[in-house]
Design a protein around this ligand. Structure first.
Ligand code: PLP
Length: 495
């Protein structure tokens, strides 16, 4: 299978090349030419197998220049007991007959980013080999909190790679910051940026498209790539868990093969829900895709009106990984919904760059209304959802998951839809102890990792072992820069 750019469909490359590049030179996102189709027999063959095997089979449909043996080895490394604290890898918890929760935070950093970022470094390492690359790849990451840590954890000490992470100085939680600035590995670097996530992301995108920086780095034996969810190697491993969740529900008798299921996804950069969309397009029986935002509700408005308008205040919330006004992966959805019309997509993206705004065609509006439902939830609603699930179901959820839980309720009230619905849990509550404690009526006594024990003692739930290990870990990084200074941080890191 070949890959092309959302802004230039004439660009053609293999998966290995697409994963190595991260982003197309024209600024477009690299996307598979055609979406492989699965049938009932394929799904049935996955019902009684382990997650690792499901991953290798699903990814193999897209990565035709990788062998099944390679993919299956990568899946064993990525999702084995050394990395994941749960044999099922991505277990589905039942809340009630028609409501289930897909837990994606059992990996080493306790957020769903591990699902993809334990896999991507292996796909990329193999891609360097397959393409005969002799330079060292430097992964540049802009993070709203979880990606940075998960990427460093995945890439730490991987040969022929370096990784440099930029995070918004006051935009991540204490635990998230501690996780990043204590990261091990000789090839990692971390820098705080004065600004918000969009500032950090814009800076990274600018560096990617700067030919002078590229030339300087090439002289020094480096090239840049991305581990942000613009990289196809991030999206694909996420397609797996939607298919896996469906198979689990069938295996456990919660669903009959062929029945539809809705997914409700807490959304930021539109990567996670885009993976659900691809699963649906492949033929997984999916009804609505419910897109849940926090009070940065640009996607809610977009799905309701067809107008994407980022000209609005940016809110820092208790679900920081969703504090995003420009959702990069939407571009892949628009490409697919426009019938792979690269000129149309380029028009939208040019308008976004110039005016911060674009309006999609009537055809796309109709497709969006048919397949998606958008809603948002403010800070009080987020806390209320945490309290409700804890008190009524004895189920402790984090702030991002709570946004999804709340929007799922809104959707059900608004539409009366009784379809079995899976809401996606993207982080352990232990990553956001202070907000979770407050939501369940406790007063946090302390800050950051000090609160892990308090949440444990209050709720009797287990502290993820890697978070517990943060206590007393020494800070390794203390670098801060202004937005324009990001270039020199990169050049200094890759001396
Ligand atoms: C990244 C992240 C999200 C948002 O996912 P996208 O793919 O950016 O839409 C939601 N919750 C958590 C905990 C995250 O880390």
């Amino acid at each position: 299978m070949k890959y092309y750019s959302t802004r230039d469909a004439a660009v053609r490359m293999d998966a290995a090349e697409a994963i190595k590049m991260g982003l197309s030179r024209d600024g477009g996102l690299l996307t598979p030419c055609g979406i492989p189709q699965i049938d009932r027999a394929f799904l049935e063959s996955l019902v009684n197998v382990r997650y690792q095997e499901r991953a290798a089979k699903v990814m193999g449909l897209y990565l035709t220049d990788y062998t099944y043996e390679e993919l299956s080895g990568f899946a064993e490394n990525a999702y084995g007991p050394e990395k994941f604290d749960c044999d099922a890898v991505a277990p589905v918890r039942t809340v009630d007959e028609t409501t289930h929760c897909l837990e994606l935070w059992h990996g080493p950093t306790s957020a769903f980013k591990d699902m993809a970022l334990q896999m991507l470094p292996q796909l990329l390492s193999a891609a360097l080999r397959k393409t005969g690359e002799s330079k060292t790849v430097c992964i540049l990451v802009a993070t709203s909190g979880d990606t940075g840590k998960a990427a460093m954890e995945g890439f730490a000490d991987v040969p022929q790679t370096k990784i440099l992470v930029f995070y918004p100085k006051d935009g991540v939680s204490k635990v998230q910051e501690t996780q990043m600035v204590t990261q091990d590995g000789a090839n990692v670097g971390v820098c705080a940026v004065e600004g918000n996530f969009d500032d950090a992301q814009a800076g990274v995108k600018r560096i990617f498209s700067d030919e002078a920086i590229r030339a300087t780095l090439a002289d020094r034996g480096y090239f840049l790539s991305s581990a942000n969810s613009i990289n196809w190697g991030r999206i694909l491993p996420q397609v797996v868990y939607y298919i896996s969740a469906y198979c689990d529900l069938v295996r456990d008798g919660k669903l009959s093969m062929g029945d539809k299921v809705n997914f409700c996804v807490p959304t930021g950069n539109f990567g996670d829900i885009l993976a659900a969309y691809y699963a649906k397009r492949m033929g997984l029986p999916v009804g609505k895709l419910i897109c849940a935002s926090n009070c940065n509700d640009v996607l809610t408005d977009f799905l309701r009106t067809g107008v994407y308008d980022k000209n609005r205040p940016f809110h820092t919330t208790m679900s920081p990984s969703m504090d995003i006004l420009v959702s990069s992966n939407l571009e892949r959805l628009l490409f697919d919904l426009s019938g792979e019309n690269d000129a149309e997509v380029k028009g939208y993206m040019d308008a976004l760059a110039k005016t911060g705004k674009y309006e999609v065609s009537d055809a796309i509006k109709a497709a969006l209304a048919d397949q998606f439902w958008g809603g948002f939830c403010g800070e009080a609603g987020t806390s209320a959802a945490i309290a409700k699930y804890y008190k009524e179901n004895g189920y402790l959820i984090d702030t991002h998951t709570a946004v999804a839980a709340s929007v799922m309720e809104q959707y059900r009230k608004a539409t009366g839809d009784k379809t079995v619905t899976v809401f996606v849990s993207t982080a352990s509550p232990y990553k956001f102890c202070d907000h979770v404690l407050r939501a369940i009526g406790e007063t946090p006594a302390g800050d950051g990792v000090e609160l892990l024990d308090q949440l444990h003692e209050t709720t009797g739930t287990a502290i993820p072992r890697r978070l517990a290990a943060l206590k007393g870990k020494a800070r390794r990084f203390d670098l801060t820069c202004e937005k324009p200074g990001m270039d020199s941080v990169v050049l200094e890191f890759l001396k």
